[in-house]
Design a protein around this ligand. Structure first.
Ligand code: PAZ
Length: 319
């Protein structure tokens, strides 16, 4: 088999795996509502402002996906991620002027948590005359940003996550290079296809071994780059616990999925340091330890925002 035929065959295999994944996934309950609200948010934020240029929009994914073992799910395989990276990055993207679509794991960290009180509902609002409610002055900026500039969509399973990512990519495709995907979610590598999954809770009586077959989740990053939103600026993450393999794995992902950058991080140091791997650079980004409340996401988002601006300019020149 020659190289051209080989790559054509592997593309066909990927296409059929992707189709099988979506065909068998349980449909989202409220997809029409999600699509409608999302389109409205993107339309609102991408239409040209006074300077004639539309805003940049980033889809930040955050938290880990689950792979259920039963259709009426009691047990599932989970992926580590607190959601801190995604939530904190969202705050810095908003500061940098982006509108943010925040695709997050239910129950994981949320943006603005740090600037809101423990019980936002009770403390952010005060009642005025009659049934009227108003936001307390101290929280008005955080509440406004949360309502207007960012649109949050929750997921739990890998089925929900990938269906929503596909839905988000459709209107994002229309805004071309101004769209960015910042894929910090920890996505399941393996799952049980819905049609192969038992309906009821797996019983623990009987066999000593639990025999569950997990199959590889199709590599959707390739599909996102190639088909879903080919002009969007795409950043993915690579998490490892072995620093000896981290950078090579990040480089591998960069090339395999044709990402614009891969952010490499090691589990225990992920809040202090990351390395941004691009085709011709490896840039170490660290938290400013002299400032108690600085985050590694602060310089990271500055860097990525600059790279995104350069990418938009390059795209204009190429038109
Ligand atoms: O969510 P968190 O702040 O606890 O951790 C962030 C992270 C390590 C999950 C993220 O930076 C990351 O590397 N995500 C991709 C994981 C992977 O699939 O390799």
């Amino acid at each position: 088999m020659d190289a051209a035929n080989g790559s054509q065959n592997s593309e066909q295999t990927l296409d059929s795996e992707v189709k099988a994944f979506f065909d068998s996934a349980p449909p989202l309950h409220n997809s029409n509502d999600i699509i409608q609200k999302l389109n409205h948010f993107i339309q609102l934020n991408s239409s040209p402002s006074e300077n004639g240029v539309g805003r940049r929009i980033v889809c930040v994914t955050s938290g880990g996906t689950t792979a259920p073992l039963e259709q009426r799910c009691v047990r599932y395989v989970d992926n580590f991620s607190s959601g801190h990276r995604g939530a904190t990055s969202t705050e810095y993207f908003l500061k940098a002027g982006y509108a943010v679509i925040f695709l997050y794991r239910r129950g994981s960290f949320q943006p603005f948590c740090r600037s809101l009180p423990d019980d936002p509902l009770l403390e952010c609002f005060e009642s005025t005359e009659g049934l009227n409610i108003q936001v307390r002055e101290a929280y008005s900026k955080a509440v406004k940003t949360a309502i207007v500039d960012h649109h949050a969509l929750p997921f739990s399973t890998v089925f929900e996550y990938l269906q929503m990512l596909q839905i988000i990519s459709r209107p994002m495709k229309d805004i071309g290079p101004r769209a960015m995907f910042y894929l910090a979610a920890a996505v399941s590598d393996y799952y049980v296809p819905w049609k192969d999954m038992v309906e009821h809770k797996i019983q623990s009586d009987g066999s000593y071994l639990l025999d569950v077959k997990l199959v590889q989740v199709p590599k959707m990053l390739s599909v996102l780059r190639k088909d879903w939103a080919p002009l969007a600026f795409c950043i993915s993450f690579k998490l490892e616990t072995d620093t000896n393999i981290l950078l090579n794995k990040a480089r591998g992902a960069l090339e395999k999925y044709n990402m614009h950058a891969v952010v490499a991080n090691e589990l225990s140091t992920r809040k202090e340091k990351v390395v941004v791997v691009t085709i011709d650079d490896k840039i170490t980004v660290t938290r400013d330890k002299s400032k108690a409340d600085d985050d590694v996401e602060n310089p990271l988002i500055k860097l990525l925002s600059q790279r995104h601006s350069a990418y938009i300019e390059d795209s204009k020149r190429m038109r």
